[in-house]
Design a protein around this ligand. Structure first.
Ligand code: ASP
Length: 316
């Protein structure tokens, strides 16, 4: 049985690829460590659901990605995070929305899944559920980094639209455009079970109460017996197209995985949601296309690790 893992750290930006910023080596190193660590765990027999949870937890731990510590800052100055997870074999799903006091939203989403019912928990109730079940409690100050504060201040001073500063690495090199930084993982395990997980702080300057696609099963995250999918981009367009589920619908109808992902992105783009997607199918095929300037992404397959930001991938 083929086992495989793909991850992303968000897509964004317009125009031609300008090369990495000074902060990008740290992001690449994080992705390599996730792929190497969780790839070998999958080879050793860990299940797909735990694999995507651990992969996303490791990405949440990296302050330069927009999830967990280092999440972007909302209009009111707070950090609020969304996450969801799904297992393909039995359509089990869990999601937390607008959590503010936990280190690992994805672990909380997995606990919601393990609890069987309900599928989604919101706000303070989701934080309380997670903390009661052992997810590490953290403060808003702990979650907030200087980089995100600088982006938020820039957003506020310019009265920009939400998301406009999300890829501005302290103006070291502005990837300009709607940058993201959301993280996600998809995996197939040694039993052929597929799973997907996605976690985000949303978009800089998002209004109070805004919910993106990331915690919505079928929009940002989907897994069934054919495919596991995690999306990134302007969430509203992914919600309006049921984007992650759209990939499954197209695979079911006979599209190759690559075509299904590409066609879904073509559907999302006209609604203002250019972005990217990672997906794995039941044969272990992996697709990681994006329509933005960049997408932090990588995969592990048969011991091979590939990562990239701009158009090209490199092996490690
Ligand atoms: N999709 C996320 C949201 O709209 C943002 C992202 O992918 O970076 O909240």
């Amino acid at each position: 049985m083929v086992v495989g893992l793909a991850i992303h750290g968000g897509a964004g930006g317009d125009g031609p690829w300008k090369g990495p910023t000074d902060l990008d080596p740290q992001r690449i190193a994080c992705m390599q460590s996730v792929l190497t660590t969780v790839g070998s765990m999958l080879q050793d027999g860990i299940d797909a659901l735990e694999a995507v949870t651990i992969a996303v937890e490791m990405l949440e731990n990296e302050p330069l990605f927009n999830a967990g510590i280092g999440s972007v800052i909302a209009a009111d100055g707070s950090v609020t995070m969304d996450a969801s997870i799904m297992r393909g074999s039995d359509a089990a799903a869990g999601s937390v929305v607008n959590v503010k006091r936990i280190r690992h939203p994805i672990r909380a989403a997995k606990m919601v899944l393990d609890n069987n019912w309900p599928v989604m928990l919101n706000g303070a109730a989701a934080d309380n559920f997670a903390i009661k079940n052992g997810v590490e409690e953290v403060s808003q100050e702990w979650l907030t980094t200087d980089l995100r504060q600088a982006q938020w201040k820039k957003w506020k001073d310019a009265k920009s639209r939400p998301g406009s500063t999300d890829e501005d690495d302290e103006a070291i090199l502005d990837h300009d455009g709607e940058g993201m930084g959301t993280v996600g993982a998809v995996a197939i395990d040694s039993k052929g079970v597929l799973a997907a997980a996605t976690s985000t702080g949303g978009m800089t300057g998002k209004p109070d109460g805004r919910i993106g696609d990331t915690p919505i099963i079928g929009a940002g995250t989907w897994a069934d017996n054919r495919v596991a999918v995690s999306c990134t981009g302007v969430g509203e367009a992914f919600i309006r197209t049921c984007a992650a589920h759209e990939v499954a619908t197209r695979v079911k109808a006979g599209d190759s995985l690559a075509d299904a992902c590409g066609n879904m992105l073509d559907m999302v783009a006209p609604l203002g949601g250019r972005g990217g997607v990672i997906a794995v199918d039941s044969k272990g095929n992996i697709a990681i296309p994006f329509q933005t300037m960049l997408m932090y992404r990588g995969y592990w397959k048969n011991g091979e690790v590939m990562t990239g930001i701009g158009p090209d991938l490199s092996s490690h």
